[in-house]
Structures are given as structure tokens and as C-alpha cells.
Design a protein around this ligand. Structure first.
Ligand code: AVI
Length: 328
């Protein structure tokens, strides 16, 4: 991290491979229960597959969230008001972000993303769609406090974190992230956050194991990426994608399941797996109204308004940064 800027410099080895990727894959595969952090699913191929997932008939979150953004524009305008600096955590979706910006007439838009390429492309797209609205992209790791551009210092702030990406984090990390967002945005700021809901298990499992096999490809691409970038020889064709509901932790888990006993190498290290053993690749937590409130309050945000889509599958919540209060 470059001191004080909130900008994370990626640490590449001489072949241009991110050293953190190698370290996290080797550590994750060496554990008794093998796992690779979900953030590594998103190389170029993975990001393209995720875009396809958002259009699948089984994957309801994107459509449900877009429907809320379309249907509730007048309420956003009333509750949020004009003149905000909209700070988007992530480089923005070409569909959802314009819906929000058109609804509330902001004074500036500040997308934050660790990937400079995505960020610049998304910022240019938004600037073209909203001529006259200042756009200040910031290349930063927003899991830590980010120093926002001086130009938006005096403006009220609205954080935007759609997509239920918060659900990909385990509760401790999710709360750390919410607290960092509050530090980035400051006292009195607002946060509009998408959070997915617990529902029929069959619906959830289908959303993460679609009939066309796109999510399976998305998951298997992680093993292919390891082979490509880390000198691996994982026999990808001997793994099966699995999406399973874990009721104890209220989450869908993605796993790569070994079909038969197998062995492989990654970066010169040997690994073996028994038939049925898995590599855990993603969690997607789902919530009730109460567990959403608990999460947000633990992260320093007081929920003020909650909207559901027509089929009540998904929610968008407006919360306010509140001072810590321990006494009842
Ligand atoms: C990015 N994130 C919110 C998606 C989700 O629903 O958890 C990632 C995803 N994984 C499989 N399908 C979609």
C-alpha cells in the first residue's frame, strides 16, 4: 500500500503473476479443507463469465435489484436528495449505476476500484452518459479507508454497494468492510447497499448451478487460471462444480468436487485429493431482515429504509452512518 493514498500496488513476480495469488492458492490448497479465496475467480475470463451469469434466467439478484432501482427512483430522490457525491464501491455496472444517478441528480460520482482498467472504462462510460457531472475515479483497495478526492470534500456522501457483494464475505470481514466504508465516507453519510435474502433452497441452488452450466464454467475457470498462471496441472475435467446450501451459516457455497482420487502440482508443490473431496471457492451469504439489521448495525450503519423487488427475493437498504452507541 502506498502510504496515505489508499492505493494498493499489486506485487508481481518476474513472470507478471500476482505474488498474493500464488501465496493464497498454495496456502489454501495446503489446508486440511482446501479452499481458494473467491476474489481470484475474477480474471478476465472469470469477469466475462460473471457478466453472463447476471443475465441467466436462474440468477435473480441482478434483475431484482435493477427492478427496485427502476421502481423506486422517486423515493430515492426524496430520501437521498440532490447534490450528493456518490461513491461507488466497485467500478460500477453499466445498467444499475445510471439508474441511481438519474434518480438523485448527484453533484459528483466517485467510483473506487482496485482494477484501474475496469475503473477507467466505467468512469468514461458514466461521464459520457451524464455530461456535466464531475467523475473522479480512484484506484484503491476499498477494504481499507480510502482518501477521497479533495473536490468532493465539502459534499454530502452517498456510498453505493449493489449486487449483494457484501454476502461474499464472512461476517467478520463484512463488518470490517462496512466500518472502512464509514471511515471513507465520514459522519452523517448514507449507504445504499444491496443484500440478498434467504429463500427456497431449490431457488438458491439453481441460481448458483444454472442449467446452461455458466456458473460451473465460472467455478472451473479458477482451476484453469491456477494452471495458466501458477504452472499447475490440475486435471480440470476430473472436477465437478457444486453449489450447496449451508444452513448453519446461511450461505450458498461453491465447491470444486474431485471425481476420483487424484494428484496434481502447482508451482512445484504436490497436492492430492480423495474422491469427493472439495476445493471451497466461494461463499454467498443470504440474510433475513433481522440478520441484515444486525450486520449493518455492527458495521456502524443504521438502516433507514428497505425496499424489496416484486417477488420479495432481494433487498436494497438505505442506511445512515451513526455514532457508536453502546448503552441501550
Ligand atoms: C459477485 N457476487 C455477488 C456473486 C454472488 O451472487 O455471490 C458471485 C457469484 N457467484 C456465482 N454466481 C454469482
Amino acid at each position: 500500500m502506498k502510504a496515505g493514498t489508499g492505493i494498493k500496488l499489486v506485487d508481481l513476480d518476474p513472470r507478471g503473476v500476482d505474488r498474493n495469488f500464488r501465496a493464497e492458492v498454495l496456502a489454501g490448497l495446503s489446508q486440511p479443507r482446501k479452499a481458494i479465496p473467491a476474489r481470484w475467480l475474477y480474471d478476465d475470463a472469470g469477469s466475462e463469465l460473471f457478466e453472463k451469469i447476471t443475465r441467466l434466467p436462474e440468477y435473480y439478484p441482478t434483475r431484482a435489484e435493477t427492478q427496485i432501482l427502476e421502481a423506486r427512483a422517486a423515493e430515492f430522490a426524496r430520501l437521498i436528495g440532490p447534490g450528493q457525491a456518490v461513491v461507488e464501491f466497485g467500478s460500477g455496472s453499466s445498467l444499475k449505476t445510471p439508474l441511481l444517478l438519474a434518480a438523485i441528480t448527484p453533484a459528483a460520482y466517485v467510483p473506487l476500484d482496485i482494477s484501474g482498467d475496469f475503473l477507467r472504462a466505467a468512469a468514461a462510460d458514466l461521464a459520457a452518459k451524464f455530461p456535466g457531472m464531475p467523475v473522479h475515479p480512484v484506484e484503491a483497495d476499498f477494504t481499507k479507508r480510502v482518501h477521497l478526492p479533495d473536490e468532493v470534500d465539502s459534499l454530502p456522501k452517498l456510498g453505493f454497494f449493489p449486487g449483494s457483494t457484501i454476502g461474499n464475505l464472512v461476517p467478520r470481514t463484512a463488518i470490517d468492510l462496512l466500518r472502512s466504508m464509514k471511515e471513507t465516507l465520514g459522519k452523517g453519510s448514507l449507504l445504499l447497499i444491496g443484500i440478498d435474502l434467504i429463500k427456497d433452497i431449490a431457488v438458491l441452488e439453481a441460481a448458483y448451478d444454472d442449467a446452461a452450466g455458466v456458473t460451473a464454467e465460472f467455478n472451473l475457470n479458477l482451476a484453469r487460471r491456477v494452471n495458466r498462471e501458477l504452472d499447475g496441472n490440475i486435471p480440470v475435467e476430473r472436477f465437478r462444480h457444486q453449489a450447496r446450501w449451508n444452513d448453519t451459516f446461511a450461505r450458498i457455497e461453491m465447491h470444486l468436487v474431485a471425481q476420483g482420487d487424484l494428484a496434481f502440482e502447482v508451482s512445484g508443490q504436490d497436492f492430492s485429493m480423495k474422491d469427493g473431496e472439495t476445493i471451497h471457492t466461494e461463499n454467498s451469504h443470504k440474510f433475513t431482515r433481522r440478520s441484515q439489521n444486525t450486520l449493518l448495525l455492527a458495521g456502524g450503519w443504521t438502516p433507514r429504509q428497505r425496499w424489496l423487488d416484486e417477488e420479495e427475493r432481494y433487498s436494497l437498504i438505505l442506511a445512515e452512518a451513526t455514532a457508536p452507541r453502546d448503552a441501550p
